[in-house]
Design a protein around this ligand. Structure first.
Ligand SMILES: [Zn+2]
Length: 236
C-alpha cells in the first residue's frame, strides 16, 4: 500500500506543469524554471561563528563579503521584487534551517558564497540541482563569467546535490563569486566596484529569469530522483 502511494506521488510530481503559473514550491523541482515570480530570497553564506573561507591574500572573511553582496543585489533589484534576507547581520544560521525556511520566504533562493581552493584556481561557479533551477543557474554563470576578467581551472556551472541546491522546495542556486585563495581574484573580490558589477550580474540573472523563464538557457537537464542532501554529502 505504501508503495502504491509513493508511486502515485511520483506521478503527480512528474505531471506538474511548467513553471510560470502559480506556486514555485514543490519537493522535486522536476519542471521548467519559474517565470513571473516577484519574491526573491537572498542568502548570505556563513555568518557568526562560521566565517567561511578566509583569504590568505587580503584577510577578507567570506561571511563579510557575502553579506555585502546580498545588500548590493537587493539594491540592484530595486522596487521590482520583494527581497527577503536569510540573515541581515553577522549571525550563525544552520544550513538545514536555511533550506527549511526558504520555501516559506519566497519564490526562488539565491545563496551567495566565495570560494577557496588551490591558489592557481580562479573564476566564478554556479551550483544547482533541481530541473527548475537550471535556467537561473545558466543566467547566473553567464553573467558572472562576463564580469570576471579571467578563469583558470574553475568548474563553471555544476549540477551538484548540496543541502542548499537539493533541499529547498523552491528553485534555488548557490553561487561562488570568486576564489579568495587566488591572489588576483581575492584582490578583485575585496574591491567594492568589482562586487558591485557582480551584484548587478546576479540581479540581471534574476530579472532575466523572471521576465523570460528558461528561454535562451538551453535544454533542461533530466530529472533525478535523489533524496534530500545530508550534512555528509558535500561541503558548501
Ligand atoms: Zn561558502
Amino acid at each position: 500500500m505504501k508503495l502504491v502511494i509513493a508511486a502515485a506521488a511520483l506521478l503527480m510530481v512528474s505531471c506538474a506543469g511548467p513553471g510560470g503559473g502559480g506556486s514555485t514550491r514543490d519537493t522535486w523541482g522536476h519542471r521548467a524554471g519559474p517565470r513571473g515570480f516577484r519574491t526573491v530570497v537572498l542568502d548570505a553564506g556563513h555568518g557568526g561563528r562560521d566565517s567561511g573561507a578566509r583569504s590568505g591574500v587580503t584577510g577578507a572573511l567570506e561571511k563579510d563579503l557575502t553579506m555585502d553582496m546580498v545588500q548590493r543585489v537587493k539594491r540592484e533589484l530595486g522596487g521590482s521584487f520583494a527581497v527577503r534576507m536569510m540573515r541581515e547581520d553577522d549571525r550563525f544560521v544552520d544550513l538545514d534551517e536555511r533550506a527549511a525556511r526558504a520555501a516559506a520566504m519566497g519564490d526562488v533562493l539565491v545563496s551567495i558564497h566565495f570560494n577557496s581552493g588551490p591558489s592557481s584556481v580562479r573564476g566564478p561557479e554556479t551550483y544547482y540541482w533541481r530541473v527548475d533551477s537550471h535556467g537561473l543557474a545558466v543566467r547566473m554563470q553567464r553573467g558572472m563569467a562576463a564580469v570576471s576578467p579571467a578563469e583558470n581551472g574553475s568548474r563553471g556551472m555544476v549540477r551538484r546535490r548540496l543541502r542548499l541546491t537539493r533541499n529547498p522546495e523552491i528553485p534555488c542556486v548557490l553561487i561562488e563569486v570568486g576564489y579568495l585563495s587566488n591572489p588576483g581574484e581575492a584582490r578583485l573580490c575585496s574591491d567594492a566596484g568589482y562586487r558591485q558589477r557582480m551584484a548587478k550580474a546576479v540581479a540581471d540573472a534574476i530579472r532575466g529569469q523572471a521576465a523570460q523563464g528558461d528561454a535562451g538557457t538551453g535544454m533542461l537537464p533530466p530529472p533525478i530522483f535523489a533524496p534530500p542532501s545530508r550534512p555528509t554529502d558535500a561541503k558548501e
